[in-house]
Design a protein around this ligand. Structure first.
Ligand SMILES: [Zn+2]
Length: 272
């Protein structure tokens, strides 16, 4: 970010986003940046913080989004990236993990699922005729199951996983991921996929999506718990376990200790 300072793909994304928003983005300002970001894509297919580092959902979103802003996403191996990110959605939970062999976490509902619209657009630009024009390339219903069933705090706000406390960070990115899972494209290409009853549809504007504190409580009403029983039985069916296990999962999500403490125990960004 400055001479002699730390180098990080997150910083590259912030710089590109700010330059774009303030209309000062010039080729000279970002000489070599796109090529450096491309070097952060490793053998796994995802992107690490610097060249040679492990692929990670947060860094990968920043890297791809920065290249989209710089109109250089073609420098990446997009199919390798697609293979990596789709492998991060876990079959049982339905949510995304941030890295290989890590636990699912609600915030990656955005960092990982958010890659799919960017990849869809990039591959469409390259003329990929196999692309769906109504669905993203991940299981949108399964991600909604995880967010709605496992990530809601009854007192408002959303969380990483059952047993964790709610916090603003996970509330923001769970809701952002839910929006991606429920909506494909825009305009004439817009397709909506809302799991369960209509009340599960995330409503923007006055209903609290990505709004300040008062909106977080309103968001709870927009995200219904009524799917819980059906989803618990679905998870139970998939796992071949008794109903007690599913009930315990739901109970853990609903009755976590410290669930009323807003903003405490928030994990460091992307450390998990
Ligand atoms: Zn998280």
């Amino acid at each position: 970010m400055h001479v002699g300072g730390e180098v990080d793909v997150r910083s590259a994304y912030c710089a590109a986003a700010v330059a774009s928003l303030t209309n000062v983005l010039t080729p000279a300002l970002f000489t070599g940046t796109a090529e450096w970001i491309a070097r952060c894509q490793n053998w796994e297919g995802g992107i690490g913080g610097v060249p040679g580092m492990e692929a990670h959902g947060g860094y990968t979103f920043c890297g791809l989004a920065a290249l989209v802003i710089l109109k250089k996403e073609h420098l990446l191996n997009l199919r390798s990236l697609l293979h990596w990110v789709t492998g991060r959605q876990m079959h049982f939970e339905g949510g995304f993990q941030g890295r290989c062999n890590k636990l699912v976490d609600g915030c990656y509902s955005f960092w990982q699922a958010g890659l799919l619209p960017l990849l869809h657009r990039a591959l469409h630009t390259q003329g990929d005729e196999a692309l769906s024009m109504s669905r993203w390339m991940f299981d949108q219903s399964a991600l909604q199951e995880y967010i709605l069933l496992c990530c809601q705090c009854p007192a408002g706000g959303l969380l990483d996983k059952p047993g964790k406390s709610r916090d603003f960070y996970h509330t923001c990115y769970c809701l952002s991921g839910l929006a991606i899972a429920q909506h494909f494209g825009s305009g004439d290409l817009h397709h909506e996929l809302v799991l369960g009853i209509p009340e599960n549809r995330l409503v923007g504007g006055g209903r609290g999506y990505r709004t300040p504190t008062s909106g977080l409580l309103q968001a709870q009403s927009a995200l219904s718990f009524t799917l819980a029983a059906a989803h618990a039985s679905h998870l139970q069916h998939c796992a071949g376990k008794s109903g007690e296990g599913s009930d315990a999962l739901l109970a853990a999500a609903c009755a976590q200790p410290g669930g009323n403490r807003v903003g405490v125990c928030a994990p460091p960004i992307w450390a998990e």
